[in-house]
Ligand binder design. Structure first.
Ligand code: ASP
Length: 324
């Protein structure tokens, strides 16, 4: 695919545990970075979530970690790993993406997704689609096989058909419980999914997929398919995937803003994400982000009760959590 800028990095630190091992960082044609995968399953999980659902969330995150990390471990690309991890989350009805997508005010599902390669900021995105089984696959397809970045609605579904992607009857996405929730006018189920990975060549990929906000107006598009708002990847800086009140992620350009602060102000992943999520907290807006930098440092910042999140690195460290 694209030219690969290969960054050799030799250390991993988790958020505040910086500076464990500071060996050389140099440009190399060798594949020497250490793979890491980071995942989220949305920041809308309240303390009232039943034990049964909590177990299902954690099991879903584990499956996503396994599928993404096995690709990285066997020398695959971060693009393949992010896509594979998100596909498992889209297929899992627990999460608000793909099969588990929430309903619009008109009782239909409209899904958004995007994927971005940090190699050259190539990106693909889809919005307001209702028949594509795995929106993240269509986002990638648009990135790789069209001249466009973002496609919506029927035009996007036509491209999915042409590309041989799985199309399903809208009943595939149906759930009585989720429909009841819309009927009771309970908006806001922020359990969008996202994944970030860095592969052994140091290439970062970010992806996000969602059914959007429950009870949204038909045609509403959130931050998840907007490059710079819900998704960002830039090899020499970081990858970001967000979840939360999408209108504000768009207005504050959250994902790009975090990377810009790291790039221009030399902030760490933890500092940059705390600052930007702090701005949302200050105006009472809920959300969270996962962030992965070029050296494998990660941050998982959120201002809600719980954000489903997980990571695994090449040292065998793994974390799966929902609450603080
Ligand atoms: N950010 C998503 C949106 O506004 C919602 C979410 O994270 O659940 O569409």
């Amino acid at each position: 695919m694209k030219n690969q800028i290969i960054i050799a990095t030799f250390f991993f630190t988790f958020n505040c545990f910086a500076g464990m091992n500071t060996e050389d960082t140099s440009i190399s044609e060798e594949s020497t970075a250490k793979p890491v995968i980071v995942i989220h399953g949305g920041a809308g999980w309240s303390q009232n979530t039943s034990d049964e659902i909590q177990d299902a969330i954690k099991a879903g995150l584990k499956t996503a970690l396994d599928s993404g990390f096995s690709i990285l471990e066997s020398g695959g690309s971060s693009l393949d790993a992010v896509e594979a991890a998100i596909v498992t989350l889209e297929d899992n009805p627990v999460f608000n993406a793909g099969r588990g997508s929430v309903y619009t005010a008109e009782e239909k599902q409209e899904m958004d997704a995007s994927i971005m390669s940090g190699i050259d900021q190539d990106a693909g995105a889809v919005a307001s689609i209702s028949r594509v089984k795995n929106p993240i696959k269509l986002a990638r397809y648009i990135m790789e096989h069209t001249d466009h970045v973002m496609m919506a609605g029927q035009g996007a579904e036509k491209i999915a058909e042409q590309g041989g992607l799985d199309l399903v009857d809208p009943s595939y996405f149906h759930s009585d419980n989720r429909l009841k929730r819309v009927k009771k006018q309970k908006a806001k189920k922020n359990s969008t999914v996202g994944a970030l990975a860095i592969d052994k060549w140091g290439n970062i990929t970010a992806g996000t997929s969602t059914g959007g906000r429950s009870n949204k107006l038909p045609g509403r598009i959130g931050d998840s398919p907007i490059i710079g708002a819900g998704t960002w990847a830039q090899n020499n800086v970081c990858g970001v995937s967000g979840t939360g009140h999408g209108e504000y992620f768009i207005r504050y350009n959250v994902a790009r803003e975090i990377c810009a602060r790291m790039e221009y102000l030399q902030l760490s992943v933890g500092e940059a994400s705390a600052q930007v999520i702090g701005q949302l907290t200050a105006i009472d807006i809920e959300g969270g982000v996962i962030v992965l930098d070029k050296n494998g440092n990660i941050s998982m910042e959120f201002n809600t009760d719980g954000m489903a999140r997980a990571y695994r690195n090449s040292e065998g460290n793994e974390m799966i959590a929902i609450y603080k």
